[in-house]
Design a protein around this ligand. Structure first.
Ligand SMILES: NC(=O)c1ccc[n+]([C@@H]2O[C@H](COP(=O)([O-])OP(=O)(O)OC[C@H]3O[C@@H](n4cnc5c(N)ncnc54)[C@H](O)[C@@H]3O)[C@@H](O)[C@H]2O)c1
Ligand SMILES: O=C(O)C1=N[C@H](C(=O)O)CCC1
Length: 246
């Protein structure tokens, strides 16, 4: 498979390593310093594109892939406010896109178990729930895309919560939380690849459900596997469509 890498930073470089190991070829690498190479004719040389760029770059890169009719896997987070618009465009134009806030197997198992746990906790109103995420200090978006997925899945399954609110620890936070609001607490600490915890806390005890990424390899391998899965498909997909847990 010929791959275009849109974003060749921390993730793009590890993705390249896994792609080559799995017998693929990288035919295009785009970074902030060679954006002029992001042309339809260059993109058409690829069977699939993988975007791990920046929140403010993702939409433009996705539309460039749509124009070239190249399936695109989007790992970039921080653009989900425009998800519905991108989905409509993808389906109207018969393009292919797969996105995911987190491509690691461990987190996708965590996503599934988080929904099961949230449903269970409907029977236990004494527990207050909170989501916590920790990432490296270069991260541009807050909360993390993974924390948003976790929070949205809790809201869908736990009747006593209906919206999430984000606090980036170390910045001003004046909100007084309402009972139906779910707090996502974001921490930025040097060199942390990604840690997510769901905490259910009562007067008498606490349940912590936690995923810790030891490095970025799980995200990168997952992105290459997702590209292999998407290559011949048409439509708008989420990483959950690959795992399809019941
Ligand atoms: N879904 C997942 O599993 C997952 C895992 C890790 C990171 N991410 C997300 O991936 C994104 C990238 O993460 P990273 O750690 O590699 O960041 P990074 O800052 O190390 O790399 C991003 C690269 O994108 C480049 N870039 C900037 N503007 C661009 C543009 N318009 N087109 C193409 N490239 C551009 C920059 O030059 C930079 O090298 C972030 O949004 C992050 O949240 C997702
Ligand atoms: O390093 C990042 O940035 C990460 N971003 C994703 C997110 O926002 O959830 C996945 C974890 C790492």
């Amino acid at each position: 498979m010929k791959i275009a890498l849109l974003g060749y930073g921390k993730m793009g470089q590890i993705i390249e390593r896994f792609a080559l190991e799995r017998g693929h070829e990288v035919v295009l690498k785009i970074n902030i310093d060679n954006l002029e190479d992001l042309t339809t004719s260059n993109l058409k040389k690829a069977d699939v594109a993988i975007d791990f760029s920046a929140p403010d770059a993702a939409i433009n890169n996705i539309y460039a892939c749509f124009d070239a009719n190249v399936p695109v896997v989007v790992g970039t987070t921080g653009w989900y406010g425009q998800l519905q618009e991108v989905k409509n465009e993808c389906l109207t134009r018969n393009n292919s896109l797969l996105y995911g806030s987190n491509f690691s197997i461990g987190v996708n198992i965590f996503f599934h178990m988080n929904k099961v746990l949230a449903k269970l906790m409907n029977g236990f109103p004494a527990y207050e729930v909170q989501v916590e995420e920790i990432h490296h200090t270069q991260k541009l978006d807050s909360p993390s895309g993974t924390a948003m997925t976790i929070a949205e899945d809790i809201i869908e399954n736990l009747d006593r919560k209906n919206e999430w609110v984000n606090e980036l620890v170390g910045t001003q936070f004046d909100d007084v939380l309402k009972k139906e609001q779910l707090l996502i607490e974001s921490h930025r600490i040097e060199n942390i690849p990604g840690t997510h915890t769901v905490v259910y806390s009562s007067e008498v005890d606490e349940i912590e459900f936690k995923h810790t990424a030891h490095n970025r390899s799980g995200f990168a391998l997952g992105a290459v596997v997702a590209a292999e899965w998407l290559e011949k498909k048409q439509g708008f997909y989420n990483i959950a469509d690959i795992f399809n847990f019941k």
